[in-house]
Design a protein around this ligand. Structure first.
Ligand code: ADP
Ligand code: MG
Length: 526
């Protein structure tokens, strides 16, 4: 083959490839999931950019993914008609690690090493493109961006520190647009070139890919053919001409190869919620958001009337920023689709207020224009209505967790996202009624387990008018404040506000169920 220009991998890539090839063997087949998800991303990008730049779609090829296997030679090719890569993109994307998914993986790997955990992480995170080297000795990426006139070939080998790039010169290998990956399988992994095995894996891993995936399959059909029957000697004597020849029918199997549609392309959110199982919601969540923990809760709904949209929302199991970090509104947690076309996941409070930015989900609307821009989103009346409904649904979902029989669920939620809701007390007056019942505090009568405001109110003395609190930096120091004594004597419960934001949150609420919050350290305490 023609020799290409040689490039060195960025150091992190070499390290990652080492890890993949030498230690992360446990779940090799995930390579297919990673490569299909890249193909699907590339198609998404093209479809999205094509809305504003229709010239990108000038080559009228269908948006799909095709996987072909060559069992005898141990070769798998995966072809998509997506956005492809220019020469520079090949260098940037396949020679360096800038991508969040992969970076996240490396971090988790580091964390788990520290914790002495096992290295099954590759199955949970995926390491993107480089997972192709789990099963391949050599990988060839031939790609044509609609922005470039030239098709380029990237070629790399397992355990190498460099790769090459050259122009595609073989006219038989030219594609109108997109990317073709050719995997030359390792000796022990040639089984992946078995068409039935690939088909099974595709079915397993591509459940939520919204583009058709075809696999190259051998097919057969039976047909009846007429064959001349060998005449017996006696018949031979009788026969004087061919019109008398005896005919017999025989069934034969005709074999041929053809593309077979292998996945279902109906997006999960378009399905009837009654027909979707919890497992499917959880799988969808993990695949869509590159998560490895199951969500705490999910909610799938359709709204009709003034504005129509469908949505699946989730509450994650853990806060991505950790317990103490500040709230980051730019989380890429909400994926907006318009008529099934992915539009954006880059929001800054347009669809959810800042304090609910931990909620993840997909939203699909038929009422927004396909070329919806940031400005349109910010101005749109439709978006404002959507936002209202989404917020309400998010609260219903959280309330659902709080009413779960399993008290631990909500404790977990509160530990991770309590501070977000307290921020909501400050930032969203309109939703105080929804937020307040979700708050939790320690109290003088419950130092170990947090209580809700409802529980506090329930426990109030018949003549008690106010909700008492003391702000402090810990339960221990709250317990020791001199102000507490009198109230304890009278058997009055006092909330311990031990998080710095608690006091501000409560002051913003002012009251709950018409009972005012009263600071017991204030001099005018009755
Ligand atoms: P990630 O998908 O998390 O970005 P990958 O390692 O899987 O990380 O891929 C790295 C990058 O390579 C992608 O972000 C994309 O820009 C590019 N890429 C990979 N596969 C394709 C493809 N089939 N078509 C176009 N670009 C691709
Ligand atoms: Mg990827």
């Amino acid at each position: 083959p023609p020799v290409g220009e040689k490039y060195e991998y960025q150091a992190e890539v070499s390290r990652l490839m080492d890890l993949i090839v030498n230690s992360l063997y446990s779940n090799k087949e995930v390579f297919l999931r990673e490569l299909i998800s890249n193909a699907s991303d590339a198609l998404d990008k093209l479809r999205f950019l094509g809305v504003t730049e229709p010239e990108l779609l000038k080559d009228a090829v269908d948006l799909d993914i095709r996987i072909q296997t060559d069992k005898d030679n141990g070769i798998v090719t995966i072809t998509d008609s997506g956005i492809g890569m220019t020469r520079q993109e090949l260098i940037d994307c396949l020679g360096t690690i800038a991508q969040s998914g992969t970076a996240k993986f490396l971090k988790a790997l580091k964390d788990s090493k520290d914790a002495g955990a096992d290295n099954n992480l590759i199955g949970q995170f995926g390491v993107g493109f480089y997972s192709s080297f789990l099963v391949s000795d050599r990988v060839v990426v031939s790609t044509k961006s609609p922005k470039s006139d030239t098709q380029y070939v990237w070629e790399g080998e397992a355990n190498a520190s460099s790769y090459t790039i050259r122009e595609e010169t073989d006219p038989e290998k030219l594609i109108p647009r997109g990317t073709r990956l050719t995997l030359y399988l390792k000796h022990d992994d040639k089984g992946f070139a078995n068409p039935e095995r690939i088909q099974k894996l595709v079915k397993n891993y591509s459940q939520f890919v919204s583009f058709p995936i075809y696999t190259w399959q051998e097919k057969g059909y039976t047909k009846e053919v007429e064959v001349d029957e060998e005449p017996t000697e006696a018949q031979k004597d009788e026969q004087d001409d061919k019109t008398n020849k005896k005919k017999k029918t025989k069934t034969v199997v005709e074999r041929y190869w053809d593309w077979e549609l292998t996945n279902e392309t109906q997006p999960l959110w378009l399905r009837n919620p009654k027909e979707v199982s919890t497992e499917e919601y959880n799988e969808f969540y993990k695949k869509t958001f590159n998560e490895y923990l199951e969500p705490l809760a999910s909610s799938h709904f359709t709204t009709e009337g003034e504005v129509e949209f469908r949505s699946v929302l989730y509450v994650p199991a853990v806060s991505p920023t950790g317990k103490d970090d500040i709230v980051n509104p730019k989380t890429k947690n909400i994926r907006l689709y318009v008529k099934r076309v992915f539009i954006s996941d880059d929001f800054d409070g347009e669809l959810f207020p800042r304090y609910l930015s931990f909620v993840k989900g997909v939203v699909d609307s038929n009422d927004l224009p396909l070329n919806v821009s940031r400005e349109i989103l910010q101005e749109s009346r439709i978006v404002r209505i959507m936002r209202k409904r989404l917020v309400r649904k998010a609260f219903d979902m959280i309330l659902g967790i709080s009413m779960s029989e399993n008290r631990e669920d909500y404790e977990k939620f509160w530990e991770n996202f309590g501070k977000y809701l307290k921020l909501g007390c400050i930032e969203d007056r309109e939703n105080h009624k929804r937020i307040a019942p979700l708050l939790r505090f320690f109290s003088s009568q419950s130092e170990e387990e947090m209580i809700s405001l409802d529980e506090y109110v329930e426990n109030m003395k018949p003549d008690q008018k106010d909700i008492y609190y003391i702000a402090s930096d810990s339960v221990t120091s709250a317990k020791n404040t001199p102000f507490l004594e009198k109230l304890i004597e009278k058997d009055l419960e006092v909330l311990f506000l031990v998080d710095p934001i608690d006091e501000v949150a409560v002051q913003n609420l002012k009251s709950y169920k018409e009972k005012n919050f009263v600071d017991i350290s204030k001099e005018d305490l009755d």
